[in-house]
Design a protein around this ligand. Structure first.
Ligand code: DCP
Ligand code: MG
Ligand code: MG
Length: 349
């Protein structure tokens, strides 16, 4: 049995700003692009969340919900610096660290001798150490695998800790909503709901064959996940070398024109991702798709510049090679050697 910790900082960008400027702490604060530039909210503090504001919401709507909202532009260099301090804390515990974004990581602490080898005590000491080094709070989940550790870290946010012991798994997973499972986004969730499935215990009644039939290769993972089983190792090598955005469409895209019509929205989301002066480091662009049979394809071109026309060109290329309608469309840029970046996790597989 492994011991996995997932740590995720609370309202990360906004908390960094609050720490620097404590006057913000009792006001609704968001980080994001300006409403004049059709910007979106990256994140906001918990006071702002009480107004219904959340990540990826257009800034204009956020202001409508809370006219006194303080909106700050993102300072990526600052957040990366804090992220490095957090990672230093992780690496002081183990080298088995898999960063997922600037503010979160998985740690495999199975073999860690400190704190009497108690993953709960290790998680507490990591949280305390992060607070000491950065003045910021994060939330931790402790479980026998990545799937459960990540779900757990979200449960008592902010400044939370939640432990799922091996003997708790069965009861924990039974009533868990399927939308909490890794890889289940809006579209998969809708598909499951149409089958009358909302909770994991209902998903457990489907055979592996049925799930593969409905969801392709992902069906096999779903079969395990809805039982609280996840054998994915903590992968310390993982360095993110691309930034991408994607969307899964409720109705498959059947013509090139339909695909083309989705391009501006994806492109503008990609541009928002590429903040913080990474544009000099781009080494290529790519378009990826998943078709209605769950086959994945991508096409790529080496270039230091990107424009919507470049993506149009690749889209045409991939569309022409395509036999089936398209359920997922994604755009991305390859980066030269860069540290891990926050990716939009639009998790429909
Ligand atoms: N982020 C972003 N755009 C998104 C989601 C997140 O730019 N759509 C950035 C801002 C967040 C940071 O990534 O501060 C970390 O993302 P999280 O999902 O962990 O969200 P927060 O840390 O802000 O809040 P929470 O307390 O819910 O973890
Ligand atoms: Mg966070
Ligand atoms: Mg996070």
């Amino acid at each position: 049995m492994r011991k996995i910790i997932h740590i995720d900082m609370d309202y990360f960008y906004a908390q960094v700003e609050e720490k620097e400027n404590p006057e913000l702490a009792d006001k609704p604060v968001a980080i994001g692009g300006s409403d004049q530039k059709r910007g979106v909210i990256s994140t906001c503090n918990y006071i702002a969340r009480s107004y219904g504001i959340h990540s990826a919401m257009p800034t204009a709507i956020a202001i409508r919900k809370c006219p006194e909202l303080i909106i700050l532009p993102p300072s990526m260099a600052k957040y990366k610096q804090v992220s490095q301090q957090i990672r230093d804390v992780f690496y002081s515990v183990t080298s088995l660290v898999e960063p997922l974004s600037l503010d979160e990581a998985y740690l495999d602490v199975t073999e860690v001798k400190a704190q009497s080898n108690s993953a709960t005590l290790i998680a507490k000491s990591i949280k305390a150490d992060i607070l000491l080094k950065t003045g910021l709070t994060g939330s931790a989940g402790v479980a026998p695998n990545k799937l459960l550790a990540k779900i757990a870290s979200d449960i008592n946010k902010p400044n939370g800790l939640y432990v799922i012991n091996p003997s708790d798994i069965k009861a924990f997973i039974h009533d868990l909503s399927v939308k909490k499972l890794f890889g289940v986004g809006k579209v998969t969730q809708q598909k499951l709901n149409k089958l009358g499935i909302e909770y994991c215990y209902q998903l457990q009644s489907l055979s592996q064959e049925e799930l593969i039939n409905y969801f392709g290769k992902f069906g096999k993972s779903l079969y395990s996940y809805c039982r609280g089983v996840d054998n994915r190792p903590v992968n310390p090598e993982r360095i993110r070398r691309s930034i991408s955005v994607e969307n899964t469409y409720i109705d498959d895209l059947k013509t090139y024109e339909e695909c083309l019509a989705k391009l501006p929205e994806l492109y503008s989301r990609l541009m928002i991702r590429i903040t913080g002066g990474f544009s000099n480091s781009v080494s290529g662009i790519f378009v990826k798709i998943t078709d209605s049979k769950f086959n994945k394809h991508s096409v790529e071109r080496q270039t230091h510049r990107y424009s919507i026309d470049g993506f149009k060109f690749l889209l045409k290329d991939i569309y022409n090679k395509q036999q089936y309608p398209i359920r997922l469309l994604g755009l991305g840029v390859r980066l030269n050697d860069l540290p891990t970046l926050q990716l939009e996790l639009d998790l429909d597989i």
